[in-house]
Write a protein that binds this ligand. Structure first.
Ligand code: BDR
Ligand code: CA
Length: 316
């Protein structure tokens, strides 16, 4: 087994589950988190950026640079998800500085898309990109420097939903998953880039459920990181229960869990298309005939993902 650190950039829109993914990465010695880039998504860019800065500060990693990126999608108007993640984006949880006039750190004065290109120049094909929000920053960087994504080691994405024919296909519309819907054109750029994309859609992440029992088990671990995670997941469950959904899903952390312990997931080569038309099925992702453009995650060891999360966040 290789012991070398994997250089990683996390592009995200925290977001309760983005926050858990970030905490998992920060508590995992296999990963060398070089930077966090932020995008519009669950809440505004301003809020996702503030949340990223505060989470890094909370975890004792304030030295990790944060680059703010796209304020909105490439073509359509922004859509947000405050009814799932709370107005601030972290499930109603207040970190020490959240909501105050001052944020302890500041984002670096460079657009996230340019920062991604700089990091790719520096780290080349050893760099992994984990994307857990709308894919606007990745697409902007790819447009500025075609081939950028293809030059990376792996691009691990939470987005889409490939349960063809299922009534539970989407989570923001009956057809579309949130990250795909929030910037379908950007997802298309990523899918057509020729990059080594590993795709975690709702078809996979819904296998890794968030329940009250798991919230309680995380709280019981007693560390600051596990308690914060339990509180955020509890806030998320409160929100979805108000919407008459009883079970949530641990979407974004699946991407980081895959980077640490790939054996927790099964992948298969597939061709995935995203619908960029305006209209009811905008953002719908479908599996089509033709040459594979992703490694599609199809199965998860649900208990194994929670064991990993508990092991890492429970470290004293
Ligand atoms: C995705 O959408 C967001 O609300 C979550 O953070 C996750 O990235 C799930 O559809
Ligand atoms: Ca997200």
């Amino acid at each position: 087994m290789s012991t070398s650190l994997r250089p990683l950039v996390h592009d995200c829109d925290p977001g309760t589950d983005d926050a858990v993914a970030l905490l998992l990465a920060l508590h995992s010695p296999e990963l060398d988190l070089l930077a966090v880039s932020t995008t519009h998504g669950n809440v505004s860019l301003q809020s996702t950026t503030r949340n990223a800065l505060e989470l890094l500060d909370f975890a004792g990693h304030a030295h990790v640079p944060v680059y703010a990126g796209a304020e909105g999608p490439l073509v359509r108007s922004p859509v947000y998800a405050p009814k799932i993640h709370g107005r601030g984006g972290l499930g109603g949880v207040t970190l020490p500085q959240t909501g105050g006039p001052e944020v302890s750190g500041q984002p670096k004065p460079l657009h996230a898309a340019l920062a991604l290109l700089e990091l790719a120049d520096r780290y080349g094909d050893s760099l992994t990109l984990c994307a857990t929000g709308p894919l606007s920053n990745l697409a902007l960087a790819e447009r500025l420097h075609p081939g950028f994504l293809k030059g990376l080691r792996e691009v691990v994405v939470m987005g889409g939903s490939i349960e063809v024919g299922s009534p539970k296909l989407g989570n923001v519309t009956p057809w579309a998953e949130f990250n795909a819907y929030a910037d379908p054109h950007a997802l298309r750029v990523v899918l057509e880039s020729g990059a080594n994309v590993v795709l975690f859609g709702l078809n996979l992440t819904r296998q890794v459920r968030v329940t009250r029992e798991r919230e309680a088990a995380l709280h019981a671990l007693g560390t600051a990181a596990a308690s914060l995670t339990a509180s955020m997941l509890g806030g998320y469950l409160d929100m979805i229960e108000k919407r008459d959904q009883k079970i949530g899903a641990l979407h974004d952390p699946c991407t980081v869990a895959y980077l640490i312990r790939p054996g927790l997931f099964r992948l298969e080569a597939a061709r995935v298309h995203v619908n960029t038309d305006e209209g009811g099925t905008s953002g719908m992702t479908t599996r089509t005939e033709g040459a594979a453009n992703v490694q599609l995650a199809t199965w998860a060891d649900e208990d194994g993902v929670y064991e990993l999360l508990s092991e890492r966040l429970g470290q004293k």
